[in-house]
Design a protein around this ligand. Structure first.
Ligand code: FAD
Length: 362
């Protein structure tokens, strides 16, 4: 039996992938889909999301982006849950001369990768997205970029697992149980509901507990806090994902099919702090308004703070580690990287396994 510890987008994708391959799988999580996956914007944009000097991460992101169309189609077919998966591209906009130069550099880089991009004038940007600020001077359209609603993805994964009769046990793992070198199960914290089991035994333990993986296995992951808000508008303000740099910070707006507009996100190194702060909300709205002035008219529906599980080199940790299998450290790209991570844990994509091997921190 494979035991997946952690039911965020990463752990649930792995469990689904393994169960479909005929493995017996159990997931354990006190509150599935409540971690970073609940906060994420859901951009599937490996080039614009990643600093493009991070080549290994970029290779992983592009490989996972290629997996998304079939992952989304199969998940929809098996769960019946609409994912709001869209491939309508990202428009990266610039205000000043420095920003325009950075876009030119990014365009050249994407061109080198064979990714089609289009350099646009300010007027062309506003023709695509009429609600953009008049001060936008240029932009870069990356039509291959996609996005998805991560909350729908985890709902769909839980539904697909339920159909495959994969148990999702609502409990917290407190300790790894070792037999010699190998981890052969976990001890569980007592819980109020359901039959209490003190331990869960397994042939293989896969640790996918996001930023909390460190507590269980001494893994080098640290929390990077992100505050993010959801606005609601009766008529969509944007047709595609729009991003830009304002006051030195990156801000993005992601439209959803149901009229929601996601505005994100802060990046704060504050440990396990998940407070939503007045300053965080102020900065997000201030910067988003520079890109699209109309955002301040929209209804504020939801603000949350999530903890990105980040590694020292921003590359995830997927593979063997001290007697268990790790699948954590996905930083800003766990939604994008979920299909690839599941494939790697299932033993596919061998040539990419080295890039994210936890062995680099042994
Ligand atoms: P999590 O979603 O954090 O899940 C970990 C799970 O482990 C939780 O359900 C928790 O309850 C469980 N757990 C914890 N401790 C235990 C234990 N002891 N026993 C059992 N279970 C346990 N990524 C993208 O690809 N695109 C984006 O646009 C994007 N935007 C983001 C915006 C924000 C504001 C943030 C915060 C993140 C964003 N990310 C994005 C990153 C993405 O959210 C993460 O990389 C991803 O969600 C990590 O998934 P995970 O399953 O590893 O962790």
């Amino acid at each position: 039996m494979d035991l997946v510890v952690g039911g965020g987008v990463v752990g649930l994708s792995i469990a689904w992938r393994l169960a479909r391959a005929g493995r017996t799988v159990t997931v354990v999580d006190p509150a599935p889909a409540s971690g970073a996956s609940h906060a994420a914007a859901g951009m599937l944009a490996p080039v614009s999301e990643v600093t493009y000097t991070e080549e290994p991460l970029l290779r992983l992101g592009l490989a996972s982006l290629r997996r998304w169309p079939s992952f989304a189609a199969e998940l929809l077919a098996e769960s019946g849950v609409e994912l709001d998966y869209r491939v309508d591209g990202t428009l990266d906009v610039a205000f000043g001369t420095d920003d325009l130069a950075a876009l030119d550099e990014l365009a050249a880089f994407m061109d080198k990768l064979g990714l089609p991009v289009e350099r646009l004038t300010g007027r062309e940007c506003r023709r695509l997205e009429p609600m953009l600020a008049p001060s936008v001077r240029g932009g870069l359209l990356a039509p291959q970029d996609a996005w998805v609603d991560p909350r729908r993805v985890t709902t769909a994964l839980l539904a697909a697992l339920s159909k495959l009769r994969v148990p999702v046990i609502r409990a917290r793992a407190t300790e790894l149980l070792r037999e010699g070198e190998a981890v052969k199960g976990v001890r569980l914290a007592p819980r109020e509901a359901g039959p209490y089991q003190e331990v869960l035994e397994a042939d293989r333990v896969i640790l996918a507990a996001g930023v909390w993986s460190g507590e269980l296995a001494g893994v080098p992951v640290r929390p990077v806090k992100g505050q993010i808000m959801r606005l609601h508008s009766p008529t969509p303000l944007l047709t595609r994902c729009v991003r830009g740099t304002v006051h030195g910070a990156s801000v993005y707006l992601v439209p959803r099919g149901d009229g929601e507009l996601v505005v994100g996100a802060t990046q704060e190194e504050l440990g396990f702090d998940t407070r939503v702060t007045a300053g965080g909300v102020y900065e997000l709205l201030r910067d988003a308004r520079e890109l699209v002035p109309g955002v301040t008219e929209l209804e504020l529906a939801d603000v949350v703070a999530g903890l990105r599980p980040s590694t020292p080199d921003n590359v995830p940790l997927i593979g063997p580690w001290q007697g268990l299998t790790l699948a954590t450290g996905h930083h800003r790209g766990g939604v994008l990287l979920a299909p690839l991570t599941a494939a790697l844990v299932a033993g596919e994509e061998g040539e990419l396994a080295e890039l994210c091997s936890p062995g680099r921190y042994a």
